[in-house]
Design a protein around this ligand. Sequence first.
Ligand code: BG6
Length: 464
Amino acid sequence: MNKFPKDFLWGASTSAYQFEGAIKQGGKVSSIMDRFDEQPSYPKGITGFKEASDHYNHWKEDVKLMSEMGFKSYRFSISWPRIIKNKEGEINKEGIKFYNDLIDELFKHKIEPIVTMFHFDIPDFIQEIGGVCTNEFTKQFEIYSEVLFKNFGSKIKYWLTINELNMFALAGQIIGVVPSDQKINSWQLMHHLNVAQAKAIVLCRKICPSAKIGPAPNISTVYPDSNKPLDYVAKLNLDMVRNWVYLDIVCRGEYSPIFINGLKKMGLEITITEEEKQILKNSKPDFIAFNYYSTMTVKMPTEESLKNTKKDQQQGLSMPGFGESVKNDKLEKTQFGWEIDPVGFRNTLREVYDRYQLPIMITENGIGARDVLEEDGKIHDNYRIEYYEKHIQQMALAIADGVEMIGYMPWSAIDLVSTHEGISKRYGFVYVNRDEFDLKDMKRYKKDSFHWYKELIKNNGENI
Ligand code: BG6
C-alpha cells in the first residue's frame, strides 16, 4: 500500500510580511509589522520586516525554484494592507494584480495555491481603531474577505482563514499582533477572531461555493510531566486553552462549558451576542489545517514555579492554577531551544483527526537554524533533512493509523524573517543571501535539503 495518497499536496509555506518586503511598493499601506522592530519590546540586534526576502521583486524566480523542487502546492498569505487601503474598504488594484499574477504563475507550473487570508499583518488603519481587540475588527475582516473571495474566488480551491488564531491570544505581544502597551482580554480578543473567521467561512460558501475553507491554528499534543494525577489535570487544562477551544468553536460551533467555567474561575469572561452564537453555529470548515513544531509538557504549577521562562509560540505557556509548561528532558532541541518531537507529530495528527474527523492539511512544520553559506555556494543543512525525514515518517505512520491527510506544506519554502528572532533563524529549502542588517544581493541558493525534498516529492514520499 502507498504511504501517501496519489494526489497528496507536497509543498511549503510562507507569509507575506515575513517574505515579501517592499513595504512601500505597489500601493501597499502600512501595517503594524512594518515597524514592529521599532517597538521597545522587539529583541535588539535583529532585523525587522521592511525588506524581508524581497519576494515582491523576486516572485517569478521564487516560483521557478518551487517548481524545480516539484511542489504540488504552495501556501502563502495575502497581505491585507496590500489589498485594502482604508477602513472604507477602498481596493488597491495593484495589490490584486500582484496576487493574480502570482496565482497564474503557480498554475502555469501546476502548483496549487493555498491561500491564508490573514497572517499577522494587521493594517495600521485597523490598529488605529483597536486592532484585534474590538468588535470592529470582525466587520473590517468581513469587508476584506469579500474582496478576496470576489477577486480570487474563481481560482482558489483551498482557503485558510486566520493563521494561528490561538497565538493571538496566547503569545500576541511576542509575535507583535498586539502592541505591548495595549491592555487586553486575550479571550475576548480570541472571540472576535473566532467570529471574524466564522463570518469569512459563511461568506466563502456564498461567494465561492465550490471552494474549501478551513482554520489554521498551531496545535500540539500536551504531555503531563509525570503520572501524578494533578499533572494530568494541568494537561487537560492546557490542552483546552492551547488546542481544543479554537478547533471546537469552528468544528463544533460552540465553546466547551469547561472552558467557559475555567474563565470564570480566573475571574474572566467573554461577551458573546445571540447573533454571534448563530454565526458560530453555522460555519463549519471543510478541513483542518494546522501548524506543528513541537509538543508541550506541563505540570500543575505552584506560585513559585511560575516565575520562570522564556515564552513564545512553542515555549513557556503558563496559567496560575491551571498549568505550567516545563522542559521535556526526553526531547532534543533546535539551536533556538524549540523541542523536537517527531512521534509527537503522529500523536497530534491522531488526536486532531480522532476528535473532529475532518481531512487534515499541515501548513507549517520545520526547523529554524543558523545555516551557513559555504564559499562554494552550498548549504549543508543535514539537520533539516533529518528533521523532515523523521516527521514525514511519523506522518506516514499516522496515515497508516487511519488519519485522512490532504497535504504537507512545511515552513518555509524559502528563507524569510522569523516572527521575533530575525533572518538568522532560517527555515527555507532555499537560502536568501542577506544578513540581519546587510541586505547583500538577496541571491537565492539551493540548500542540500532542496535536493532532498525534490527527490522525496518525485517519489511521493515512498522512499522515506
Ligand atoms: C509560526 C508562524 O508560529 O511559526 C510563522 O505561523 C512563524 O509566522 C513560524 O515564522 C516559526 O516561528 P518563528 O518565531 O521562528 O518565526
